[in-house]
Design a protein around this ligand. Sequence first.
Ligand SMILES: [Zn+2]
Length: 288
Amino acid sequence: MSGLRLMAVHAHPDDESSKGAATMARYAAEGNEVLVVTLTGGERGDILNPAMDIPGVRERMSDVRKEEMAAAAAILGVRQTWLGFVDSGLPEGDPLPPLPEGCFALVPLEESTEALVRVVRDFKPHVMTTYDEKGGYPHPDHIRCHEVSVAAYEAAGDPEQLPGTGEAWEVSKLYYSHGFIRQRMQLFDDEMIAAGQEGPFTEWLAQWPKDRGEIMERVTTQVECADYFQQRDDALRAHRTQIDPNGRFFAVPVDVQKKLWPTEEYELARTRVRTSLPETDLFAGIES
Ligand SMILES: [Zn+2]
């Protein structure tokens, strides 16, 4: 299917390249419009790639992250827009410190929802993707990303709500993208060990939280996108301050991934069209 519109809502620049990136690259390549909405500027992200911890980078971090985002979007073949909120940072310590004043997670939900509804009513997506209620991982901006996406999905189609932000538009479907899948990591780890290498995820798997539950039980939709894994990795590497090219994200060769797990996983959270589960296409049930 082509000529449809997909909108992916993400908390920080780089999230779009690690969650559902190959799916977006595929839909874009097939002639659909794909828009990434990045809620914050990632201002509080640290330099996570030692090779980029060099003079001149930290001082202009906000610009650097904009350049990285533009490069990643170009690689994926998607459009991208900023919502302009400020990164809340990941609070650490016991007890946790208060969130910094003015950060995204503290902005009243009505305010961030209005900003997102404005983009929804302008772009008119058929499908929206976001994170689940736990944020995929417990960063306050990721949890907020979930909340604002669900609120915008509900509000954008209601002409009574938020007048002055454009004509009402009903998004047909809302999905949560699921990236941290235990079975997938186990398969990759076993394969690498069998090939005589170190298991890149052995440590993570040993510490897997028992209360996390089995995410695959929530997955309704698996999108085949192996042909775009290379693009996904290139986009992720374009976030040069955020990703160590020698890190475990890239430890499993793309060919091995294509063979063992050629899909990305989603959970259909809301729908206004009829579809039957399981699905292999985010646009299933939508007529263009
Ligand atoms: Zn993030």
